[in-house]
Design a protein around this ligand. Structure first.
Ligand code: ADP
Length: 383
């Protein structure tokens, strides 16, 4: 191993002088920081002081036994990786040591390469443990941030509803009271709807993240699903003065996936395309097959998104703030959900958008393949 490649601190505890010297020479040469000790007591003291990545312990030593050293090492530092040196053919003691918490063993006599292999394996294990611990910490911090953020997002409309109800409570039966009451209760309903939307999106996201929505992988036809979603949005499109159309010329667009997830995905994209549109605008859903993928574009002629926001669109709770969008309700979780679903399905989602012109959200999904199907088998064309 080249000197610059090796990093890590290794403590070797062995009563045999020659063994200590040999280990030190080999590991020193490979660039490790090495400390060698001749008994368990000194070894434990060195481990407490140096906090090494790996400890190599001889099982058979006078004084504190190797097994005892292992259990004390575990108490001292539960993360330290332990490799034991065992006597020739003493498989039973190696098994006992592993049960007691050692990670690996090295039967005597061993070659320099065998020592190197055990050390490299142990340090790789240590690196993976640290990385997974770090990921766990980051996940925990993200969860906390998320909870704080959601509480804040829920509190804002709730405080508003509280104030509106107070106003309603103090309205008397004077002229205009009925109209005012209606206006204030409409505001309450609007804010309550925002809260419900946020809770719904949050639940969907946690289901997607927990893998609960993506359990099934069946053959789905996107044509049927998208056509159904477009039909269900006819009313909302009319209210927003937006025209909707699907351009799905093939008879089917089969993908492997979960029906609920795929519905949530395109529902979000089509809903956004209508919401962030302008009166007289259009939403087109265009499908094509390209290189074994099904590519679906949701194209709108709406407010568009400036390039500086493109990188944040799929972040939790991200919403573009501006005059064009300030009165449009939303949780900022829709695109996060879309991205997670697409990633779980082995696909990608991309955006092209220009402020004032419109946006295209492009979803690429792997096409369904029957077992033994040819590489260039594509779905049937309409007759
Ligand atoms: P929201 O619930 O706010 O719609 P999304 O995660 O679906 O949350 O979208 C995040 C933000 O991206 C939106 O708040 C909006 O600013 C912007 N956005 C999403 N889709 C479009 C679109 N089709 N046209 C313009 N802006 C969009």
């Amino acid at each position: 191993m080249a000197e610059s490649e090796a990093s890590g601190t290794v403590v070797v505890i062995d009563d045999d002088y020659v063994m200590r010297l040999t280990c030190r020479q080999i590991l020193d040469k490979d660039g490790f920081q090495v400390e060698t000790l001749e008994d368990g007591a000194q070894g434990l003291e060195a481990v407490a002081r140096l906090k090494p990545d790996l400890v190599v312990v001889d099982l058979k030593m006078p004084g504190i036994s190797g097994m005892e050293v292992i259990s004390r090492l575990r108490e001292l530092d539960p993360q330290v990786v332990i490799a034991v040196i065992t006597g020739y053919a003493s498989v039973a003691s190696a098994v006992d040591a592993i049960k007691a918490g050692a990670y690996d063993f090295l039967p005597k006599p061993f070659t320099p390469d065998e020592l190197r292999l055990v050390v490299a394996r142990g340090l790789e294990h240590r690196r993976l443990m640290k990385a997974s611990q770090q990921r766990e910490i980051e996940r925990e911090m993200m969860k906390r941030r998320f909870v704080t953020f959601v509480s804040h997002q829920l509190k804002t409309p709730l405080v508003a509803i509280h104030q509106y109800l107070n106003v309603l409570n103090h309205l008397d039966g004077t002229d205009g009271g009925r109209d005012k009451r209606k206006a204030w209760s409409d505001r309450c309903l609007k804010r309550a709807d925002e809260m419900l939307q946020l809770i719904d999106d949050w639940l969907t996201l946690s289901q997607v993240e927990g893998g609960r929505l993506l359990k099934r992988r069946e053959r789905l036809d996107l044509k049927g699903i998208i056509t159904g979603i477009l039909d269900s949005y006819a009313g909302s499109a009319q209210t927003n003065d937006v025209s909707l159309c699907g351009e799905l010329p093939l008879s089917e667009y089969p993908v492997p996936g979960d029906r609920n997830c795929v519905t949530v995905l395109f529902d979000n994209l089509i809903d956004n395309a209508i919401k962030y549109n302008r009166p007289g605008g259009t939403v087109r859903v265009v499908a094509e097959v390209s290189r074994g993928e099904i590519v679906i574009d949701v194209v709108d002629t709406g407010v568009g998104i400036s390039p500086q926001h493109h990188g944040s669109l799929f972040d939790d709770f991200f919403r573009v703030k501006g005059d064009a969008t300030k009165d449009i309700p939303g949780s900022g979780l829709g695109l996060t959900i879309c991205q997670r679903i697409v990633a779980e399905m082995g696909g990608r989602i991309e955006v092209e958008s220009e402020p004032g012109v419109g946006s295209t959200f492009r979803v690429r999904l792997p096409m369904w393949r029957d077992q033994g199907q040819d590489e260039d088998n594509s779905p049937r064309s309409d007759p």
